[in-house]
Design a protein around this ligand. Structure first.
Ligand code: GDP
Length: 322
C-alpha cells in the first residue's frame, strides 16, 4: 500500500543532506509520484566561492530528482565539461573546489537572484521548476547557517574540511554558526503542522554534518516532535560501516561506536521508527524503538524504490498506532 492510494492529498516530508540522502529522496519521489514529496535540504554546507553562492546539497537533490546527476562520479551533473576550471587554473585562480561549466550556471543564477532580493526558498523553487521537478524542494532555512568543523588542525569551514582537506583532519567538534538566530523555513513548519502529512523521513544522510544543522535551528526539532505524522530515520551505517564519506570516521573521532545503536540513540527523542540494514539485524535487539530491518544499500534505482516503499509502509503501520 502506498500513501497516495490512501489519501490523494497525502504529503511526505524528507529531511535530506547530499548524495546519500538524495538516493532515498529519489526513491520516494518515484514511488509517491508527482505532487506528494517535499524535501527539506541541509544548507549548512552552503558557502560563497569565487563570489558565487553555492548550495551543494540543494543542487545534489535537485539534479538527482531531475535525473541529471552524474552517477559515475557521484556528484554534479552528468555530461559535465570543465573548461571554466581549466581557464581558472591557467589564471592562477582557486581550483580546489570543482565547478563544472553547466553547474556554474546554477550558482550564477542563484547568486544573481539572491542579490536581487529573492529568498533562498524562492530561488530554490525556481530551480526546481526549471528542472521540471514535481516535488517541493525547500532549504531548511532562509537564514544563513554555516557548519564549522573543529579539528586538531583548528576550526575549518565545512567545505574546507570536506573538499579541500578531504575530511583528513581529526574532528573534535561540530558547530552551526548562525543556527541560534535562524528560523526554520516557513513551508516546512506549515507542512509539519498540516494534517495531510503522512510521514517524515530522515534520509540516511550524515547525522552529524547533514541532519544536525537542521535540528540545530530553534523550533524545528519541536515541530518535528509535535507533528501528527510518524518520524522515521533510515540508518546511514550499513554493516557497521558508512557506505561512503566520513560518517564512520567522525563517529570514531567523537568517541561514538560505529553502530546502528549510536545512530538510533542520536535520533531517539525524535523518531517513531528506525530502519536498519539486514546486515545489522543482529545488533538490533533491545534497540527500544520500533524498527524494521531491510536492504538499505541503494545501488540500483530498484533498490531506491524498494527502500522507499518499505519506509512508506512502515510509516503507514506506525500512523495507525500513534
Ligand atoms: P553528503 O552531504 O553528500 O555527504 O551526503 P549525505 O549526508 O546525504 O549522505 C552521507 C551518508 O549517506 C553516509 O553516511 C553514507 O553512509 C550514507 N549512504 C550513502 N549511500 C547509502 C545507501 O545506499 N544506503 C544507506 N543506508 N546509506 C547510504
Amino acid at each position: 500500500m502506498t500513501i497516495p492510494e490512501e489519501n490523494s492529498r497525502a504529503q511526505v516530508l524528507a529531511l535530506c543532506g547530499g548524495i546519500g540522502g538524495a538516493k532515498l529522496a529519489l526513491g520516494l519521489y518515484r514511488t509517491l509520484g508527482p505532487g506528494h514529496l517535499t524535501v527539506a535540504v541541509n544548507t549548512g554546507d552552503d558557502f560563497t566561492h569565487l563570489g558565487l553562492h553555492v548550495s551543494p546539497d540543494i543542487d545534489t537533490v535537485a539534479y538527482t530528482l531531475a535525473g541529471l546527476n552524474d552517477t559515475e562520479r557521484g556528484w554534479g551533473l552528468a555530461g559535465e565539461t570543465w573548461h571554466f576550471m581549466e581557464a581558472l587554473g591557467r589564471l592562477g585562480g582557486d581550483t580546489w573546489f570543482q565547478l563544472g561549466d553547466h553547474d556554474l550556471a546554477t550558482h550564477v543564477v542563484r547568486t544573481q537572484r539572491l542579490a536581487a532580493g529573492e529568498t533562498l526558498s524562492q530561488v530554490t523553487a525556481g530551480l526546481a521548476t526549471r528542472l521540471g521537478l514535481h516535488a517541493r524542494l525547500l532549504p531548511m532555512s532562509d537564514d544563513p547557517v554555516r557548519t564549522l568543523v573543529d579539528t586538531e588542525e583548528g576550526r575549518l569551514a565545512f567545505q574546507n574540511y570536506f573538499v579541500e582537506h578531504r575530511c583528513r583532519p581529526r574532528v573534535t567538534g561540530i558547530s552551526f554558526a548562525g543556527a541560534e538566530t535562524a528560523k526554520p523555513q516557513d513551508d516546512v513548519l506549515a507542512l509539519l503542522a498540516d494534517g495531510t502529512l503522512a510521514a517524515i523521513v530522515i534520509c540516511p544522510s550524515n547525522p552529524y554534518l547533514s541532519v544536525d544543522p537542521m535540528l540545530a535551528i530553534p523550533g524545528l526539532r519541536e515541530a518535528l516532535k509535535a507533528s501528527a505524522a510518524p518520524v522515521i530515520a533510515v540508518s546511514p551505517i550499513v554493516g557497521g560501516k558508512a557506505v561512503k564519506g566520513p560518517t564512520a570516521k567522525i563517529m570514531e573521532e567523537l568517541g561514538l561506536p560505529v553502530s546502528i545503536r549510536a545512530i538510533a540513540d542520536h535520533y531517539r527523542d525524535l523518531i517513531d521508527g528506525f530502519i536498519l540494514d539486514d546486515a545489522d539485524a543482529a545488533d538490533s535487539t533491545g534497540l527500544g524503538i520500533p524498527s524494521v530491518a531491510t536492504r538499505t544499500l541503494m545501488e540500483t534505482l530498484g533498490d531506491r524504490e524498494r527502500l522507499a516503499r518499505s519506509v512508506l509502509d512502515f510509516a503507514a503501520g506506525l500512523r495507525r498506532h500513534r
